[in-house]
Design a protein around this ligand. Sequence first.
Ligand code: ATP
Ligand code: MG
Length: 285
Amino acid sequence: MKKLKIAIQKKGRLNDNSHRLLEECGIKFSNGISVLKTSARNFPVEILFLRDDDIPQYVEQQVVDIGILGENVVFEKNKDIAILEQLGFAHCRLSLAIPKEDSYDGPEYFMNKRIATSYPGLLSEYLKKEGITAEIEELSGSVEIAPGIGLADAICDIVSSGSTLMTNGLREVKTILKSQAVIIGNKYLSEEKMLILERLLFRIRSVKSAKENKYILLNAPESAVPEISRILPGMKSPTILPLAEKGWCSLHSVVQEDEFWERIDQLRKAGAEGILVIPIEKMIL
Ligand code: ATP
Ligand code: MG
């Protein structure tokens, strides 16, 4: 049987999460510290460990069928591939930063300046949109030190907390792209590979939904059940079980992580007590 070839980052910020995601999908394989590729023991996939920059090109050329990497690299490389799913990790942004003592009142700041970046494609697209002419100094890494050593006036780089910028005396002034990890795929996969891909995407979506939701159990007086069911509709409707104490019941449901605290406040007001919240491992919709 044909195997679906998946590229993940060999070493770096995406490696752990990519590995974990595949494992949570029940795909077992050994890590690629010393190997370039490995086969999963229990699913028809082959995993290749590559530099993230190379993945879009390899997916386009069908050296691999799909790959996991940041949207920042996908958009920078601008290859003819499909984005199949956002994965909810490696959140970061591509931003312009300037020496922190400089004042900034808009993109005109960058007029005729030198900007260091590993993202010349995305940066020049942004500058063009704003009608700014600037010199782009392409660097493959350690971009944040460029202004300090006189190589550039400003930078355009990946930021998450901003602490690297701060240590280098820089200040973020404009975000040009928000990014997270995604799965990309070749647009012309064979039917056999498409079937494997669909099985994999189904598992990935189940893992993602599980992470985005929590299982919630609570006790409430029977009179509060209609109001609580309205607050917690769950996947279909909540499960309601009687408690040994007369007039009380236990209610079980699912709540979205991002609405969680708001719902808890509403539930307490409605009369809920003894609220337990439990992580969900897989959620099949
Ligand atoms: P490679 O050797 O594979 O080319 P790299 O050095 O280019 O690796 P990493 O620093 O490992 O890349 O980052 C990989 C991806 O992780 C980035 O392209 C981006 O999508 C994301 N990322 C980078 N920095 C952060 C951060 N601080 N927080 C969260 N995600 C980040
Ligand atoms: Mg890279």
